[in-house]
Design a protein around this ligand. Structure first.
Ligand code: PA5
Length: 448
């Protein structure tokens, strides 16, 4: 097991959240933990994620072997999926790989997370002379966005390689027994990976949903799981001292009850961007229901300090901020010295970008605190797989606890059905005729 490589520090919230207030949450954390352990809380049929760092270990060999086979015959792996069937893998690959896609071997490119002809057509142009494999990922197997993207990509693969070779280059990750994708995969003879039925999409990064594309990108998934297992040690205690996730969950809930209803996750390294995207889905879909929930937003610093930094400093004071700071980059560049100093930057000569960035972070933190924003920080030791495994688990556990503190079921998402039903009705899907009529009236009135 690895040593803890992520740290949560709420000392900067002191003005807004006192130690006593946090300690009053000890009982609530203990009871949320108990509900998760006893499987007695809402959504208890979706708690398979809790043990994944251990239960998934046995699958590492098979997943890594298939990933190696695909790596040996692939320049571009196209991953098709949306929401929880996409964001975790992207977060991991962006965090751990070299920053620019062109230097990655193979490149893992994503689609099926939007509805846009140009995106897919441009993607197919890009890969036309490359060796391509596909990983289509959908737990339900019936989600429209990845479903229609896969139709186009599958047709392209079959035209390019012929049906048999195409089938050997397509891997489907889906429910073990149900759904249209499972049926299609079995009929076509694709290699398949199962998504455990007790793990929901946004908690599935440590299943083959995330593990296969991450392994195909050349990342050590054993280390990722090892990190997550380490986090089980420091995110599962029954009080704030031995439960880092509980600590973070308590702070955000205290702030929410004081009117700080929005949380901004502010990343101080470009490689963290998609971790924030993944977190946004995890938090938003888990908590935003029954008229409650902390609204999760994400910013990238320092770039967004030159746009939304103004809002953060002086806008409505209903927001708290959690910084994500990377302690060690993989390489270090220092600012060169010029004798003429015509740009007046010699005072920075010899300093690394990280030395400057850490002071940008400190400066921002102090400024936002002065501006009335409660702030706290998650420090990430490095860009290694075990560190990210710890972070994934820390957040999953924190959001599960936080959802229970908010008295919602963190593991369902009834609200996402509303747009789907309307879209199906408007597109004329069988079974939605009544809704179609109602919506046609409305769209006429609204001149939509
Ligand atoms: O967290 C969730 O359950 C969702 O975000 C799903 O992951 C997303 O809607 C994709 O669903 P599916 O994997 O069934 O295509």
């Amino acid at each position: 097991m690895s040593t803890p490589k992520i740290f949560y520090n709420d000392q900067f919230s002191g003005e807004y959240v006192s130690r006593d207030e946090i300690e009053l949450y000890n009982n609530s954390i203990a009871s949320a933990e108990k509900m998760l352990k006893d499987r007695s809380g809402p959504g208890n049929d979706f708690l398979g994620w809790i043990d994944l760092p251990r239960t998934m270990k046995k699958n590492v060999g098979v997943i890594s072997q298939k990933a190696e086979e695909i790596r040996s015959k692939t320049d571009v792996l196209i991953c098709i999926g949306i929401g929880g069937s996409y964001l975790g893998a992207r977060a991991a690959i962006e965090y751990m790989s070299s920053t620019f896609e062109d230097t990655r071997k193979p490149r893992v490119l994503f689609c099926g997370h939007s509805i846009n002809s140009d995106y897919i057509a441009d993607l197919l142009d890009l890969v036309k002379d490359k060796r391509v494999s596909v990983n289509v990922i959908s737990k339900s197997g019936t989600t429209t966005e990845p479903g229609i993207a896969f139709r186009v990509i599958r047709q392209w693969m079959e035209n390019r390689y012929g049906k048999k070779e195409a089938a050997s280059r397509i891997i489907a990750t889906t429910d073990p027994s149900k759904g249209a994708l499972r049926k299609l995969a079995d009929e076509e003879g694709y290699t398949t990976f199962d998504i455990p039925s007790d793990v929901g999409g946004r908690f599935s990064v440590l299943t083959p949903v995330g593990l296969f594309p991450i392994a195909a990108a050349g990342i050590d998934i054993g280390k990722l799981l090892e990190g997550a297992e380490t986090a089980m040690g420091f995110c599962c205690g029954d009080n704030l001292e031995n439960n880092l996730s509980g600590h973070y969950a308590a702070v955000r809930n205290i702030l929410f009850r004081k009117g700080y209803t929005n949380e901004v996750m502010a990343a101080f390294a470009p490689q963290i961007h998609f971790i924030s995207e993944w977190w946004k889905q995890l938090a938003g879909e888990s908590e935003g229901k029954n008229g409650t929930g902390i609204f999760p937003a994400a910013l990238d610093y320092t770039t967004d300090l030159h746009s939304l930094g103004q809002w953060m400093q002086e806008g409505v004071r209903n927001v708290f901020e959690t910084f994500m700071v990377l302690k060690k980059t993989s390489r270090t560049l220092c600012i060169p010295k010029f004798d003429d100093d015509s740009d007046e930057l010699n005072y920075l000569a010899g300093k690394s970008f990280e030395e400057i960035n850490i002071n940008a972070y400190r400066g921002t933190l102090l400024a936002h605190l002065d501006g009335g924003v409660p702030v706290s920080t998650i420090e990430l030791e490095d860009r290694c797989a075990d560190t990210l495994g710890q972070l994934f688990y820390f957040f999953e556990k924190a959001i599960a606890i936080s959802g229970y503190l908010l008295r919602v079921n963190p593991f369902d998402q009834p609200g996402v059905e509303a747009y789907k039903k309307n879209m199906f009705a408007l597109l004329g899907k069988v079974g939605f005729e009544k809704r179609r009529k109602e919506l046609q009236e409305k769209t006429k009135e609204m001149e939509l």
